[in-house]
Design a protein around this ligand. Structure first.
Ligand SMILES: [Zn+2]
Length: 249
């Protein structure tokens, strides 16, 4: 990112490593600059104010100076640390999964307001124990794919545009949506889905961000979406993910 002087931005830490004797290098998602790598000088020194803001999942307002290799944190104020997440292994595993996915789809110098808002909403619900981690993970995966440009096609056959076949619905991961009867018959890799799962995908991919987590999902539907995600995510993001499951946590 090219700029002169200082910039101010709100961002969340999604990755961090210790660097040299006292510094940390963190990767953040900034609402207006996308993925950024920042240097937090002396963040490893006890009592240093940058120690807190360079912690995983801490959301802060940063003032940054241009540095030689990376922007350098000049000042920062914690907005939300989501401290409740570290109280429970399931919450933490789910939050890590969401952060990894968000990091995967956000690019440098590309505003990511929606993805950041989605992540903050998920972390808020997790940190306060308001929704089950498994539910958060399934909704997050679907919505993340939509934000990355892979919103599932549900109203017509994703392969040919004809009317989709009814229950069991067949999802073609490579085509990115539901299939008609003919295409479902030709493609042997279709993933069967119940109408409940299709409704959940519809809501997760299309609801307004502030209400994307405001619905219920049965354990059966959650299992269907996990099977779908295990194929759909790597197919389009080019990377295998360990999909969080509350049952295994
Ligand atoms: Zn078709």
């Amino acid at each position: 990112m090219a700029w002169k002087g200082q910039i101010k931005t709100r961002a969340i830490v999604v990755r961090g490593i210790d660097y040299s004797e006292s510094d940390r290098i963190i990767t953040v998602l900034s609402e207006d600059a996308g993925r950024m790598t920042l240097l937090a000088r002396r963040a490893r020194k006890p009592g240093n104010p940058f120690s807190a803001v360079s912690q995983f999942l801490c959301y802060s307002e940063f003032i940054l100076n241009q540095g030689r290799d990376f922007p350098v944190i000049h000042a920062a104020d914690v907005l939300e640390s989501f401290s409740g997440i570290s109280l429970d292994m399931g919450r933490f595993m789910c939050a890590s999964h969401c952060a990894e996915l968000a990091l995967e789809i956000v690019r440098e110098n590309q505003p990511c307001e929606n993805t950041l808002r989605l992540l903050l909403n998920a972390l808020y619900l997790l940190s306060r124990g308001l929704r089950e981690p498994e539910f958060i993970a399934r909704v997050f995966e679907i919505r993340c794919m939509s934000e990355a440009g892979y919103e599932p096609v549900l109203n017509e056959c994703a392969a040919c545009g004809r009317e989709v076949c009814s229950e069991p619905y067949i999802f073609l991961a490579g085509k990115g949506g539901l299939a008609c009867k003919e295409c479902a018959g030709i493609c042997k890799e279709g993933i069967p889905l119940s109408s409940g799962a299709v409704k959940a995908i519809y809501h997760a991919s299309r609801a307004r961000l502030e209400s994307v987590f405001s619905f219920r999902m049965s354990a059966g539907v959650s299992g269907e979406l996990k099977r779908l995600g295990s194929v759909y995510l790597p197919r389009h993001l080019g990377k295998e993910f360990v999909l969080f499951s509350g049952n295994e946590g």
